[in-house]
Each structure stands twice: as structure tokens, then as C-alpha cells.
Design a binder for this molecule. Structure first.
Ligand code: NAD
Ligand code: NA
Length: 396
């Protein structure tokens, strides 16, 4: 099959197995080039197939020589349809990890369900005994609550007032105004149920009860803060309420894990092009300005650079983990540099379709977006038959 990108709105309907494999290999090479990290050896990554979760899994495996179990929700290839990128990424990861002699198993299913939690615990008991590090990196628009059976939907809405700001259609480069009506209380509550900390604490509780958390086990979930221009729709919007809840949950989990000396952290990460973030209004325009400035200054990072730095300079730096006044790990420190933020705030006032080519890195944004689906890699011959990765035996 010859596979080409097929765009629909903010998503791409196809994915390229060879390109996804190249993306994974590039990330592995980057981690290897930075040298070994003295980190956890038995790692569970929930949300392991794309974005920050995939980069965390790669850093654990190829930076720390860790055995990894990855949980994700992806579609395998079927007649005439490609798999989702996360499926190809995971197949490629399994392939590379196995070649490197590293233990690797993956569970493809709904992480919010009791069944997948139990399946994961059974696998840990059978193969690894216990886990030293749990990365929680889910991003989902929906969650079926495991006790009530209710399907909750998250939203990206402002709270209190209607919000109007500039946004960009990154496919066309057209800058326009977007207006979003404020959330209802129900929207807020649903978003907190989907993207807040309840499921994270359910995972940690189930694992603790089952005795599969090692003494001193650590767990890390990911959050975002961002600039003033996106505040109304992000940090002070519905998703921000969920992040507040997630951040508060870290303290509850640390408390619950006292008996085993466990600790939960939230790491605040940089804004990056992932499937989840492309769908947020205003954010892609901010990101295209940010990327231009950070690239010019030599401080730009992608998911893998962020995760490698999280592990080497924060989690496993050999001394105490540095946190902010709210107990959060900050690897958005470079993004939030005042000089960058001042420059963006200034540019923002006059940014338009005409000035974006000059002031923003739309080309970089688009290329990152294509890369997510395995497109745009020089080393891949897209006119050739794609090499459908064989279903890796360990993806359940
Ligand atoms: P992503 O979309 O790339 O990854 C989401 C992962 O969750 C995938 O592995 C997917 O398979 C998995 N998943 C989704 N629903 C699932 C389900 N029901 N069961 C099992 N797996 C499921 O997202 P990302 O951007 O890497 O986001 C990960 C975390 O990082 C989120 O908490 C996000 O808010 C946070 N974050 C993202 C950014 C950003 O700019 N992208 C910045 C800071 C923090
Ligand atoms: Na992820």
C-alpha cells in the first residue's frame, strides 16, 4: 500500500508505518547520544504511544536500561486502513527495545477501565514483580467512568466570559478571530472527570493494594501552564480546572503512598505539537511564535528533549528534585523565560496572516504535525510500498 497524508480538520486520517518507525528511531538515537541516566529500572507508562508518554518510555528504556510496560489506546491496521500513529510507534518501539535486549510489553485498551488496570497488574506480577516509576501521560477527550458507566466528555472552553482571540488554521496559515462561549458547570465538571487526577489516583491505589509498587516508587503526571494569551481558554478554562485537580491529586497520592515511601509529582511541560494540543484554539498561533523565538535562541526542544531533560536534570539528577512553590517540577522553564514571553506579547498585538510567515514558525509547526503521523521524514520513500509492521506479539 502507498500511504499519503489525508487531512480532515485537526487530524490526519492516515499514518505511515515507516515514518512512525523513523520517528521512534530518531528519539532513541537522541536519548542514546545524551548518555546513561541512573533512573528507575521497572517502569509503567500509561499513555505510552505518542507525545510525552512515548518520549518518557523511550527515555526510560534507552536512557536508563529499564524494562517498560506501555498502556495506550490505539487502532491496529485493518483492511484498507492504516493503524493510528501510536500503534505504529509502539510496534516500532517494541521492535527496537527487543533488539536492544530490553524487556517490553504493551497493553492496548482503555486505561480508564478496571479491566485494563487489572490486566496491567497481572502482567507486572507475572513478569516484573513490582514497578519503580509510573508515568501518567493520558490525553483523551472522553472517559467512561468505571463505577458509574457514564461517558464524560471534556471541553476546551473559557469560564465565566465569552473569549475572543486570534488563532491560526495551521494548514492554510490564515489568522482569524475565534470566539468561544463560556463553559457550563457541567462542562467544567466533565472536563475534570476526564483530565483531572481521579483516574491517576485509581491507578496508584489499585497498584498499591495489589502490592506491585516497589518501596520508594515514584509517579509523575504532566501538566501545562502557558502564557497570558492562552490563559482564558487553557489555564483558567475548563482544562485548567482539570490540571488544578491533577496537581492537587499529586499531594493526595503522596499521602496515600506513605507506607511504601512513594511520591507523586506533576511536571509542567513545554507546549509542543501533539495530537492533543493541535485541537486547542489560540494555542497553535502562540506555539508558532514561540518556536520561532526559541529556535533562533537555540533553546527549542521537542518531546524527547523535554523528557530526556526531565529525567537527567530533575527526576534522576542525583540530589533532591527541584520544584516550584507549588511543588511542581518545571521543565517549561525555558518556554516561560520573560524575554521570550515579552517578545510574544508584543508580536501578538499585530500578528496577522501577512506577518505570520515572517514572525512565526508555521513551517516548523506543520512539519512537526506531519511527523506525528509518520510523514515528512527525508529518509522515507513515500512513493514506495509501505512496510506494514508485523503485529508485534506482545501488543495485547
Ligand atoms: P498525546 O495525545 O500525544 O498522547 C496521549 C496518550 O494517551 C496516547 O498514548 C494515547 O494512546 C493515550 N490514551 C488516550 N486515551 C486513552 C485511554 N482511554 N486508554 C489508554 N490510553 C489512552 O498527548 P500528549 O500531548 O503527549 O499529552 C500527555 C499529557 O501531557 C497530557 O496530560 C497533556 O495535558 C500534557 N501536556 C501536553 C502538552 C502539549 O503541549 N502537548 C504540554 C504540557 C503538558
Ligand atoms: Na503521551
Amino acid at each position: 500500500m502507498i500511504i499519503e497524508p489525508r487531512m480532515r480538520g485537526f487530524i490526519c486520517l492516515t499514518a505511515h508505518p515507516d515514518g512512525c518507525a523513523q520517528n521512534v528511531k530518531n528519539q532513541i538515537e537522541y536519548v542514546k547520544s545524551k548518555g546513561k541516566i541512573n533512573g528507575a529500572k521497572r517502569v509503567l507508562v500509561i499513555g505510552a504511544s505518542t507525545g510525552f508518554g512515548l518520549a518518557s518510555r523511550i527515555t526510560s528504556a534507552f536512557g536508563c536500561d529499564a524494562a517498560t510496560i506501555g498502556v495506550f489506546f490505539e487502532k491496529e491496521p485493518s483492511a484498507g486502513k492504516t493503524a493510528t500513529p501510536g500503534w505504529y510507534n509502539s510496534a516500532a518501539f517494541e521492535d527496537e527495545a527487543t533488539k536492544a535486549g530490553l524487556y517490553t510489553k504493551s497493553i492496548n485498551g482503555d486505561a480508564f477501565s478496571n479491566e485494563v488496570k487489572q490486566q496491567t497488574i497481572d502482567l507486572i506480577k507475572k513478569d516484573l514483580g513490582q514497578i519503580d516509576l509510573v508515568i501518567y501521560s493520558l490525553a483523551s477527550p472522553v472517559r467512561m467512568h468505571p463505577t458509574t458507566g457514564v461517558l464524560h466528555r471534556s471541553t476546551l472552553k473559557p469560564i465565566g466570559n465569552t473569549f475572543t482571540n486570534k488563532t491560526v488554521d495551521f494548514h492554510t496559515g490564515v489568522v482569524s478571530d475565534v470566539t468561544i462561549e463560556p463553559a457550563t458547570q457541567e462542562d467544567i465538571d466533565n472536563t475534570v472527570v476526564v483530565m483531572g487526577g481521579e483516574d491517576w489516583s485509581m491507578w496508584m491505589n489499585a497498584m498499591k493494594e495489589a502490592g506491585v509498587l516497589a518501596d520508594g516508587a515514584m509517579t509523575v503526571a504532566y501538566s501545562y501552564i502557558g502564557p497570558e494569551v492562552t490563559e482564558a481558554v487553557y489555564r483558567k478554562g475548563t482544562i485548567g480546572r482539570a490540571k488544578d485537580h491533577l496537581e492537587a491529586t499529586a499531594f493526595d497520592i503522596t499521602n496515600d503512598l506513605k507506607a511504601i515511601n512513594g511520591k507523586a509529582f506533576v511536571s509542567v511541560n513545554k507546549a509542543l505539537v501533539t495530537q492533543a494540543s493541535s485541537a486547542i484554539p489560540v494555542v497553535p498561533l502562540y506555539m508558532s511564535l514561540l518556536f520561532k523565538i526559541m529556535k533562533k535562541d537555540g533553546s527549542h526542544e521537542g518531546c524527547i528533549e523535554q523528557m530526556q531533560r526531565l529525567y537527567s536534570d530533575r527526576l534522576y539528577n542525583g540530589c533532591e528534585i527541584p520544584t516550584d512553590e507549588k511543588g511542581r517540577i518545571r521543565i517549561d522553564d525555558w518556554e516561560m523565560r520573560q524575554v521570550y514571553q515579552d517578545e510574544i506579547a508584543e508580536l501578538w498585538k499585530s500578528i496577522s496572516t501577512e506577518t505570520l510567515t515572517e514572525n512565526g514558525d508555521l513551517t516548523g509547526y506543520k512539519s512537526d504535525f506531519l511527523n506525528l503521523f509518520g510523514f515528512g521524514f527525508d529518509s522515507v520513500d513515500y512513493s514506495a510500498e509501505a512496510n506494514e509492521l508485523k503485529m508485534v506479539a506482545s501488543i495485547k
